[in-house]
Design a protein around this ligand. Sequence first.
Ligand SMILES: [Zn+2]
Length: 467
Amino acid sequence: MTHHIQHRATHAKLARVLDLVTGQYMRFKLQCNCEPGDNPAQSEVAGHMGVGSNFLCHKCHAGGTKKEKQSNPGVLRTVQETLKEVEHQLQLASRGVALTVTTRQTETGVKDVYTQFWIEWLIQWSQEQQKCREGQSLEEIKAELMDLIESDHDSVYNPFLTLKYSNVNQDTPVEILHTILLGIVKYGWHTTHTTWKDNQKALYASRLQSTDPEGLSIPAICAGYIMQYANLLIGWQLKILAQTNVFYIYDLVSADQYQLIKATGVLAALLWVPEIFNMGEYLEDVKIAVANVLDSAAKLDPSKIIAKMKYHLLVHIPDDVERLGSIIGQATESHESFNLVFRHCSVLSNHQSPSRNIAYQLAKQDTFRHLISGGWYKERGESNPEQWKLSGHVLLQYVEKSEVLKQIYHIGPHLRGKENVGATVLKPISHKDKEPRSRICQAHQENGKVLFWCLPKAPRLPSYPAY
Ligand SMILES: [Zn+2]
């Protein structure tokens, strides 16, 4: 809630910061770009009933009875429509009949866990009031309760639904780890390996182990482990299979199974792109690749197409790419490694408000990282109300030499001199450099074509005080 209020406060009064490149002040307002997360989390923030409901998609109205279910996207949901539905459910709740609310939730697929507390409270309160105030009509009690709800609007409604310039139903992009790797890649892998006999498993493992990992951006392959724990694979292992299986299983599976693995491989190759050069062409390719995956999966087991939410979500990928860019940009895989940190923040707190405690703890850690990595901060003093400072050079030098700190806080990989092939590093400009700002253009060769890109010069190095 505090976050929501602070976010809105920057719209009313823009936050002011110092731009170290130009040395001038600039202003900004906070804006929620999108909400990456796994499918249950995205359903929750979008006020949706969940993937187990009849209307299984938080992005569209697809669903209903088994007859009506299909894998084409339904009419897209909007945040205004979801908010209106939640308001309607509150009004129903104020009449004191729980069944009407639950029926409405099942019919629409909208059930906001944030407002659900108030809905349950309203039902109970309305029932009690109807019993005690015999002379009063139901409409009067309802109006009174709704006034009470409206007077505390911010506490009752899910902040994601009232967020300005954001459509949370559409700004919850398809997530590549949970929907692709742990979704269709896993389903495809399951349909293949479960039918194998021991000799086929051994043959597959030897083929997989012989993979040349050069250029695949994957860690070392442990084929024996992958085969032994075939049903318990995690993201990076499935990423290996998505890239390599098509070459190894051609004579170990049926034609239909092989078709699914090929279609999944093509889609995965299309999705793991950091940059899209021709959006129209790319979207057409993705649409065809998605349709091929769905057709191949339907040929193997048609019931899965309507039962598995992750198959349905594939049809939303083109819209998400058009709205938010390449979907690997919203991947949550790298954040998964923070799960232990989240857990410790909660375990080592006073357990009064775990989410708040975690948020505060992470904010403190981020502030610490900002300071030790040479970030600037504003210090208010009586004589000089706005003085911008940074940590002392002794601390910065200490951090520079400490591999542990740099690793924990992921500070400047370029300082360690381990640059990935193709990666670029912005060289800091010395504070003595008085040249006007310029742009450095670099070129690189790719498949015989020369591509150009421009890099702005990095912020100037701070002038350390002389001791
Ligand atoms: Zn949908």
